[in-house]
Design a binder for this molecule. Structure first.
Ligand code: ADP
Length: 383
């Protein structure tokens, strides 16, 4: 059913071969392309002078009510013109007043010859802007799809290039850092020999110690860069590890640096299947930070490590009562090179590396902290 003026207009413009018939089956209107074939004077003539039904079937009578039963079905009409015939394909639609029938369709063109026979051109099938608009819209959509395919291809290629560049950069960082360590350690060694062999004045000994401190700082930075690039370059290598042994080694090394009470509690078996290098680096960094950022002058500094099992995940909680981190700094704490304080030496790489390594192990890391109260880091990793 059609009726509102706008859609009537649209249909008529979209179908330049349309025609309208009244209850007496007289053609009251014809599209301009149909008129081109049948002649202008088809309007006012009985529909049956020009058309016979081929489909939907023989039962259909040349009456409006009979045609109505087949509303919205595809009709094939045979049309007479200039002692010849052609076929039209389309459907009948009733007007809202139920007194007129609109045929929306077009000639059934199967070859170039049909165009010649009917004296038609392509533009006769799309005479109005709305039709052209539709075709243009389709073309624009098609171009958009082609464009997005092209962009996708380019992105994939760029992605491959970036992966290659990244891998090369990681290799470069690794070998440069590695090579930098050797001369640094030689200088350290030479200074140690001088200190042992020579009778040094107090001021010279102090100067040499300053050099050693700088070397140590530089070496720590290089080690962190190497850890980062090792994590980026190498796949995870699983092995059976004893967390108790690993944690004891780390805390034993740190006990010499400060007066701290270490407490390690296991609520589960200490055995874990994980990557030794990554797990050791993560724990060294987090526990190292808990010691490094202790409150100076506090005689009751502690680091408490609790290990539990949460389903298939191993949960390791490291809690300290150190200087803590301000709320403002917390959102950036895992960023590369970010430091929340400069009172102690550091690179701002440790937590960034921990996050990258935990991700590589398929786990999560969470840091909660309160300024002047302390910090708690929760690591969950499969194992
Ligand atoms: P670095 O220790 O080399 O500065 P990290 O990435 O390990 O780098 O840590 C980033 C910053 O987070 C540190 O500079 C410090 O301000 C803060 N931080 C990390 N751990 C702690 C902690 N346990 N207590 C207080 N501050 C911490």
């Amino acid at each position: 059913m059609i009726g509102d003026k706008e859609s009537d207009l649209y249909i008529r413009r979209l179908f330049p071969f349309h025609f309208l018939i009244n209850q007496e089956l007289i053609i009251t209107e014809a599209g301009i392309s149909l008129k081109k074939i049948l002649g202008d004077n088809c309007v006012g003539q009985p529909f049956t002078n020009y058309f016979t039904f081929v489909r939907p079937g023989l039962g259909i009578k040349y009456q409006m009510e009979s045609i109505r039963k087949y509303e919205n079905q595809i009709f094939i009409l045979s049309a007479n013109f200039k002692n010849s015939t052609f076929r039209m394909k389309g459907e009948f639609v009733f007007n809202e007043d139920n007194k007129t029938l609109l045929f929306c369709g077009s000639p059934w063109i199967t070859s170039e010859k049909d165009f010649e026979k009917l004296g038609l051109k392509i533009k006769d099938f799309a005479v109005h802007d709305s039709t052209i608009d539709m075709i243009q819209n389709l073309r624009v959509q098609q171009m958009a799809v082609e464009d997005s395919n092209h962009v996708n291809k380019m992105l994939l290629e760029k992605n491959e290039e970036l992966k290659k560049t990244n891998a090369e950069l990681d290799r470069f960082v690794y070998s440069v850092s590695h090579d930098l360590r050797s001369p640094l350690l030689s200088i350290h060694g030479i200074i140690d020999i001088i200190k042992q062999r020579e009778e040094l004045s107090e001021s010279t000994a102090a100067l040499l110690q300053m050099i050693i401190n700088s070397i140590n700082r530089l070496d720590n930075s290089i080690i962190e860069i190497l850890d980062y690039s090792r994590n980026a370059r190498f796949d995870v290598q699983y092995s059976e590890l004893d967390l108790a042994v690993l944690l004891n080694q780390i805390t034993e090394d740190l006990k010499h640096t400060a007066n701290i009470d270490f407490d390690i509690e296991f609520n589960t078996s200490p055995t874990i299947s994980s990557d030794k290098f990554r797990l050791a680096t993560i724990l060294k960094n987090i526990i190292g930070n808990a010691v490094k950022y202790r409150k100076s002058g506090n005689d009751n500094c502690f680091v408490k490590v609790t290990v539990s099992k949460q389903g298939s995940l191993m949960e390791i909680i490291i809690k300290d009562n150190g200087i803590g981190i301000s709320e403002r700094s917390l959102p950036k704490i895992f960023d590369m090179f970010y430091r929340a304080t400069s009172t102690v030496d550091g690179t701002g790489l440790g937590l960034y590396i921990c996050k990258e390594m935990v991700l590589k192990l398929g786990g999560t890391i969470l840091l909660e902290s309160e300024l002047n109260i302390g910090t708690t880091v929760t690591i969950k990793i499969p194992g």
